[in-house]
Design a protein around this ligand. Structure first.
Ligand code: GRF
Length: 201
């Protein structure tokens, strides 16, 4: 069975959904969660979910510690779920089309430097957008510029706050990310971009 490592820096709600999905389906195994900081909420979630968790700081990524750890633990596939550090080139090169990221906007809009977490949703509202969504993409050397795998859309409502929009976007993430990962791992998916129109609430 393919072994997944999830890399996360935050609370890890996506990580939890992915772990539960594969615990239930048994089509792959989340072998490790790697947290990029010791205070990340994802660490407590990992313990609750009985998934081994290791803290590797951004310095540890830069120095090669993370690369060695992934290799030593025979990781086949890497999932970024709210991971705020840079994935070093040696990891990107060692895992061609085997690293995926999720971004809470319809890239290329609202991507790039500084566009993470609530900053994304605040910027979407400030720009007066009428729709937002998620982008699941491969990770390339340039942040947020990897090929798209799937985009799903939801509306932006006139009375949205960053929190209500974030919640709607999170629902899309929970719905699509585990399934897309599974399809890629099982080799079922075409790599070309698809766009899915959806609205969950
Ligand atoms: C998600 O919105 C994801 O798109 C972005 O970071 C957020 C992580 O949320 N990359 P969580 O830690 O999974 O709750």
């Amino acid at each position: 069975m393919k072994r997944i490592a999830i890399l996360a820096s935050g609370t890890g709600t996506n990580a939890e959904r992915i772990v539960r999905y594969f615990q239930e389906k048994g089509t792959a195994e989340v072998a490790w969660i790697i947290a990029s900081r010791a205070s990340a909420g994802v660490i407590e979630r990992a313990a609750r979910l009985h998934v081994p968790c290791k803290v590797i700081t951004p310095d540890g990524f830069a120095s090669g510690e993370a690369f060695r750890f992934l290799k030593e633990n025979e990781i086949d596939f890497i999932v970024l779920a709210g991971f705020l550090s840079r994935v070093p080139d040696e990891i990107v090169h060692a895992y061609p089309q085997k690293i995926v990221n999720i971004h809470p906007s319809l890239l290329p809009k609202f991507g790039g430097k500084g566009m993470y977490g609530m900053h994304v949703h605040e910027a979407v509202l400030a720009a007066g957008e009428t729709e937002s969504g998620i982008t699941i993409q491969y990770v390339s050397e340039k942040y947020d510029e990897g090929a798209f795998i799937l985009q799903a859309k939801c509306p932006v409502l006139s009375d949205d706050t960053p929190d209500t929009l974030a919640a709607r976007v999170h629902e899309l993430e929970y719905r699509y990310y585990p399934e897309v990962i599974e399809k890629l791992i099982l080799g079922l998916s075409e790599t070309k971009k698809q766009t899915v129109y959806d609205w969950l609430i």
